[in-house]
Design a protein around this ligand. Structure first.
Ligand code: HEC
Length: 139
Protein backbone atom coordinates (compact mmCIF):
# COMPACT_ATOMS: atom_id res chain seq x y z
CA UNK A 1 0.00 0.00 0.00
CA UNK A 2 2.76 2.37 0.98
CA UNK A 3 4.39 2.48 -2.47
CA UNK A 4 1.26 4.09 -3.95
CA UNK A 5 1.71 7.28 -1.98
CA UNK A 6 4.06 9.11 -4.42
CA UNK A 7 1.64 8.45 -7.27
CA UNK A 8 -1.23 9.77 -5.21
CA UNK A 9 0.71 12.90 -4.36
CA UNK A 10 1.51 13.40 -8.05
CA UNK A 11 -2.15 12.94 -8.93
CA UNK A 12 -3.18 15.41 -6.26
CA UNK A 13 -0.75 17.97 -7.67
CA UNK A 14 -1.92 17.37 -11.23
CA UNK A 15 -5.49 17.86 -10.02
CA UNK A 16 -4.57 21.08 -8.28
CA UNK A 17 -2.90 22.44 -11.40
CA UNK A 18 -5.92 21.45 -13.44
CA UNK A 19 -8.27 23.19 -11.04
CA UNK A 20 -6.04 26.25 -10.87
CA UNK A 21 -6.04 26.59 -14.66
CA UNK A 22 -9.84 26.34 -14.78
CA UNK A 23 -10.16 28.85 -12.00
CA UNK A 24 -8.05 31.28 -13.95
CA UNK A 25 -10.44 31.03 -16.91
CA UNK A 26 -13.45 31.61 -14.74
CA UNK A 27 -12.06 34.64 -12.98
CA UNK A 28 -10.83 36.63 -15.95
CA UNK A 29 -12.60 39.96 -15.58
CA UNK A 30 -14.21 40.89 -18.89
CA UNK A 31 -13.19 44.32 -20.22
CA UNK A 32 -15.78 47.03 -19.83
CA UNK A 33 -17.18 48.74 -22.91
CA UNK A 34 -15.68 52.16 -23.30
CA UNK A 35 -18.02 55.03 -22.69
CA UNK A 36 -18.24 58.17 -24.82
CA UNK A 37 -15.47 60.50 -23.73
CA UNK A 38 -13.17 57.70 -22.57
CA UNK A 39 -9.77 57.69 -24.18
CA UNK A 40 -7.57 54.84 -25.30
CA UNK A 41 -4.00 54.71 -26.48
CA UNK A 42 -4.25 53.58 -30.03
CA UNK A 43 -1.28 51.60 -31.30
CA UNK A 44 -2.69 51.38 -34.82
CA UNK A 45 -2.51 55.11 -35.18
CA UNK A 46 1.01 55.59 -33.91
CA UNK A 47 0.24 55.70 -30.22
CA UNK A 48 -2.02 58.70 -30.44
CA UNK A 49 -4.87 58.88 -28.01
CA UNK A 50 -8.35 58.65 -29.47
CA UNK A 51 -11.55 59.63 -27.78
CA UNK A 52 -14.29 57.04 -28.02
CA UNK A 53 -17.40 58.64 -29.43
CA UNK A 54 -20.93 57.43 -29.45
CA UNK A 55 -21.16 55.61 -32.74
CA UNK A 56 -24.52 54.49 -34.01
CA UNK A 57 -24.43 51.30 -36.02
CA UNK A 58 -27.59 52.28 -37.89
CA UNK A 59 -26.65 55.91 -38.55
CA UNK A 60 -22.88 55.81 -38.92
CA UNK A 61 -21.89 52.34 -40.03
CA UNK A 62 -24.72 51.04 -42.20
CA UNK A 63 -24.73 53.97 -44.69
CA UNK A 64 -21.02 53.48 -45.22
CA UNK A 65 -21.51 49.76 -45.83
CA UNK A 66 -24.25 50.60 -48.31
CA UNK A 67 -22.04 53.05 -50.21
CA UNK A 68 -18.77 51.17 -50.24
CA UNK A 69 -19.25 47.50 -49.47
CA UNK A 70 -22.70 46.28 -50.35
CA UNK A 71 -21.97 46.08 -54.06
CA UNK A 72 -19.96 42.93 -53.30
CA UNK A 73 -21.22 41.94 -49.85
CA UNK A 74 -24.86 41.49 -50.73
CA UNK A 75 -25.34 37.87 -49.75
CA UNK A 76 -22.99 35.41 -51.40
CA UNK A 77 -19.72 36.95 -50.13
CA UNK A 78 -19.63 36.98 -46.33
CA UNK A 79 -20.08 39.10 -44.36
CA UNK A 80 -23.50 40.08 -45.72
CA UNK A 81 -23.40 43.88 -45.30
CA UNK A 82 -26.96 44.71 -46.41
CA UNK A 83 -28.69 46.78 -43.75
CA UNK A 84 -31.12 44.08 -42.66
CA UNK A 85 -28.40 41.42 -42.36
CA UNK A 86 -25.17 43.21 -41.49
CA UNK A 87 -25.27 43.06 -37.70
CA UNK A 88 -26.13 39.39 -37.41
CA UNK A 89 -23.79 38.45 -40.22
CA UNK A 90 -20.86 40.29 -38.61
CA UNK A 91 -21.53 38.85 -35.15
CA UNK A 92 -22.52 35.32 -36.05
CA UNK A 93 -19.74 35.06 -38.61
CA UNK A 94 -17.13 36.11 -36.04
CA UNK A 95 -16.01 39.15 -38.06
CA UNK A 96 -16.31 41.39 -35.00
CA UNK A 97 -15.03 40.82 -31.47
CA UNK A 98 -16.72 43.53 -29.36
CA UNK A 99 -14.18 45.83 -27.63
CA UNK A 100 -11.30 44.37 -29.66
CA UNK A 101 -10.75 45.94 -33.07
CA UNK A 102 -7.36 44.28 -33.37
CA UNK A 103 -9.04 40.88 -33.16
CA UNK A 104 -11.89 41.80 -35.51
CA UNK A 105 -11.40 40.83 -39.15
CA UNK A 106 -13.86 43.58 -40.13
CA UNK A 107 -11.41 46.14 -38.79
CA UNK A 108 -8.23 44.30 -39.76
CA UNK A 109 -9.29 43.77 -43.37
CA UNK A 110 -10.07 47.51 -43.77
CA UNK A 111 -6.83 48.65 -42.17
CA UNK A 112 -3.84 49.67 -44.28
CA UNK A 113 -2.41 46.36 -45.50
CA UNK A 114 -5.76 44.55 -45.22
CA UNK A 115 -7.52 43.00 -48.22
CA UNK A 116 -10.42 45.54 -48.11
CA UNK A 117 -8.27 48.64 -47.55
CA UNK A 118 -9.11 50.14 -50.95
CA UNK A 119 -12.81 50.38 -50.15
CA UNK A 120 -12.47 52.13 -46.81
CA UNK A 121 -11.29 55.68 -46.04
CA UNK A 122 -9.28 56.52 -42.92
CA UNK A 123 -12.36 58.21 -41.45
CA UNK A 124 -14.50 55.12 -42.08
CA UNK A 125 -11.85 52.89 -40.59
CA UNK A 126 -11.88 55.01 -37.45
CA UNK A 127 -15.66 54.73 -37.30
CA UNK A 128 -15.34 50.95 -37.35
CA UNK A 129 -12.66 51.05 -34.69
CA UNK A 130 -14.60 53.31 -32.35
CA UNK A 131 -17.80 51.35 -32.82
CA UNK A 132 -16.02 48.12 -31.88
CA UNK A 133 -14.26 49.77 -28.93
CA UNK A 134 -17.58 51.03 -27.63
CA UNK A 135 -18.90 47.46 -27.50
CA UNK A 136 -20.09 46.93 -31.11
CA UNK A 137 -23.70 47.51 -30.19
CA UNK A 138 -26.67 47.16 -32.53
CA UNK A 139 -27.65 50.75 -31.78
C1 HEC B 1 -15.14 44.61 -55.19
C2 HEC B 1 -15.81 43.73 -54.25
C3 HEC B 1 -15.66 44.03 -52.77
C4 HEC B 1 -15.88 45.22 -52.11
C5 HEC B 1 -16.28 46.58 -52.69
C6 HEC B 1 -15.68 44.95 -50.69
N1 HEC B 1 -15.35 43.64 -50.53
FE1 HEC B 1 -14.99 42.72 -48.74
N2 HEC B 1 -14.58 40.99 -49.68
C7 HEC B 1 -14.71 40.77 -51.04
C8 HEC B 1 -14.34 39.39 -51.33
C9 HEC B 1 -14.35 38.75 -52.72
C10 HEC B 1 -14.01 38.79 -50.11
C11 HEC B 1 -13.56 37.35 -49.83
C12 HEC B 1 -12.14 37.14 -50.22
C13 HEC B 1 -11.19 38.01 -49.45
O1 HEC B 1 -11.12 37.91 -48.21
O2 HEC B 1 -10.48 38.81 -50.08
C14 HEC B 1 -14.18 39.82 -49.08
C15 HEC B 1 -13.96 39.61 -47.75
C16 HEC B 1 -14.27 40.52 -46.77
C17 HEC B 1 -14.17 40.27 -45.36
C18 HEC B 1 -13.71 38.99 -44.71
C19 HEC B 1 -12.22 39.07 -44.50
C20 HEC B 1 -11.71 37.95 -43.64
O3 HEC B 1 -10.55 38.05 -43.23
O4 HEC B 1 -12.45 37.00 -43.37
C21 HEC B 1 -14.59 41.39 -44.70
C22 HEC B 1 -14.69 41.60 -43.20
C23 HEC B 1 -14.92 42.36 -45.72
N3 HEC B 1 -14.70 41.80 -46.94
C24 HEC B 1 -15.37 43.63 -45.44
C25 HEC B 1 -15.59 44.58 -46.42
C26 HEC B 1 -15.98 45.94 -46.12
C27 HEC B 1 -16.23 46.50 -44.73
C28 HEC B 1 -16.09 46.58 -47.32
C29 HEC B 1 -16.43 48.01 -47.55
C30 HEC B 1 -15.55 48.98 -46.93
C31 HEC B 1 -15.77 45.62 -48.35
N4 HEC B 1 -15.48 44.43 -47.78
C32 HEC B 1 -15.82 45.90 -49.71
C33 HEC B 1 -15.10 41.70 -51.99
C34 HEC B 1 -15.35 43.03 -51.75
Amino acid sequence: MKHHTPKLILLAFAGLFFLASCEYDYYVIPPEPLDPGDTITDTTWNDTTVVVDTISFAQDILPFFANKCEICHKGSTPPDLRASKAYSSLMNGGFVVPLKPDESSLYLSCKPGGSMKNYCSAAELKLLQRWILAGAKNN
